[in-house]
Design a protein around this ligand. Structure first.
Ligand code: RFL
Ligand code: PHB
Length: 393
């Protein structure tokens, strides 16, 4: 059996990209339906990004979902970069005049769900077999099944916000779609623990044993990562083994101050750089992880998703409110121009700060020279700070 509805924009995926787009569209009177494969609790159970660029912070304010972030988030003016026992502080504030905001993706997503639900938005969970039809025509529609019924939604546009494993990207035919990928020979093992952060700013550390990152969610909740082998499994890493490894990779003054405790979440993420082109096919637009992936080193994944949403939202707003399609016509080109710069930064920082299993002695010296240059050179620090706080939209 098939039932039918109509909306202006069908948004596939109820992660941060899809919810933010839906919320922004509602501020200019554009209707949307959000289709999510999982339950809300499942989406909120994913522990992912922790650092928001200033542009994303502004976008959340524009969307009217910033109250809790402004109260509970922590603006950070700089970060520590360490190599063995050597360390220096990179000041975002002095170099760019802008901080970043430490506020978890889980909280951003929770705030977006709260706002959408309060507005009575049409959010549909546990949908299966989503198919996008007639994206190249002026009358696209989306079908899905739920509770044994097939549903159809007619619309003007489809926003593919369904992450790396979604259906949207694959809807673009192979002879149109071009994909660029780099897979790194290691992953990140991350834990969340109800312990105070070891320092009031993030610490990105490299050592002969590999990379480590000390991050946080708030004064009582810490997030730590160590580079691990791709063959490692979470079950192989006890909490004690994790803490011991972390301590060996960060400067001893931090290792000695580290407060350890039981992990409340532990997971392994592989590292990958990936971009698909174009990000638009007819009336289908890709946003966020559906179109690109970065290694987490530069904290750019969620932030790049937000800049896509910004470009698409502005394009759709101008289309509906002014009859101007310039923004949607230039969406792919504009989004990709920024995406590739975020890809470059994430690749550069990942290459600088990880231990590659196949590195030669020459490669090792190059990493050391690059790190020394960054520590000593104003222009290099300026470039890093501008990228980390986020390039302009
Ligand atoms: P999401 O968050 O993956 O959301 C996509 C949503 O679409 C749903 N979905 C479907 N719904 C309907 N039909 C289908 N066929 C569907 N297929 C999928 C999914 O259930 C999901 O709810 O993508 P979005 O919204 O573009 O947001 C992007 C960010 O989530 C992502 O860039 C970052 O989290 C990346 N990332 C990290 N970024 C950072 O900046 N710092 C980090 O520490 C960090 N850690 C991570 C990460 C991504 C990870 N992934 C994807 C495995 C850690 C992990 C494990
Ligand atoms: C995090 O807190 O999860 C985090 C922070 C910075 C990164 C990656 C992850 O670069």
């Amino acid at each position: 059996m098939t039932d039918g509805t109509r909306t202006q924009v069908v948004i596939i995926g109820g992660g941060p990209s899809g919810l933010l787009l839906s919320q922004l569209l509602s501020t200019v009177g554009v209707d949307s339906v959000v289709l999510e494969r999982k339950t809300k609790d499942y989406v909120l159970g994913r522990i992912r990004a922790g650092v928001l660029e200033s542009g994303m912070v502004d976008l959340l304010r524009q969307a009217g979902v910033s109250d809790r972030m402004d109260k509970e988030g922590h603006p950070h003016d700089g970060t520590i970069i360490a190599s063995g026992e050597d360390e220096f502080r990179l000041s975002f504030r002095e170099r760019t005049g802008r901080p970043v905001m430490v506020y978890g993706q889980t909280e951003v997503t929770r705030d977006l769900y709260a706002a959408r639900e309060a507005a009575g938005a049409d959010l549909r969970f546990e949908v299966e077999d989503v198919v996008i039809h007639d994206a190249k025509s002026d009358a696209p529609y989306v079908t899905y099944s739920a509770g044994g019924t097939t549903h159809r939604i007619d619309c003007d546009f489809v926003a593919g916000c369904d992450g790396f494993h979604g259906v949207s990207r694959k809807t673009i035919p192979d002879d149109v779609r071009q994909e660029f990928e780099k897979v790194y020979p290691f992953g990140w093992l991350g834990i969340l623990s109800e312990t105070p952060p070891v320092h009031d700013e993030l610490i990105y550390a490299t050592s002969e044993r590999g990379f480590a990152l000390c991050s946080m969610r708030n004064d009582a909740l810490s997030r730590y990562y160590v580079q691990c082998d791709l063959s490692d499994r979470v079950e192989d890493w006890s909490d004690n083994a994790f803490w011991d490894e972390l301590k060996r990779r960060i400067p001893s003054r931090f290792a000695e101050a580290l407060v350890t405790g039981p992990s409340i979440e532990k997971s392994i993420a592989p590292l990958r750089s990936f971009v698909t082109e174009p990000m638009r096919w007819g009336r289908l637009f890709l946003c966020g992880d559906a179109a690109h992936i970065v290694p987490p080193t530069g904290a750019k994944g969620l932030n790049t998703a937000a800049s896509d949403v910004h470009y698409l939202f502005n394009g759709l707003r101008d289309f509906y409110n002014k009859g101007d399609s310039t923004g949607i016509d230039s969406y792919s080109e504009r989004a990709l121009a920024r995406v590739w710069k975020a890809e470059r930064f994430s690749w550069w920082f990942s290459t600088l700060i990880h231990r590659f299993p196949d590195r030669s002695d020459f490669d090792a010296r190059m990493q050391m020279a690059e790190m020394a240059f960054l520590r000593e050179n104003d222009a290099a620090q300026q470039a890093m700070a501008e990228n980390y706080v986020g390039l302009p939209y």
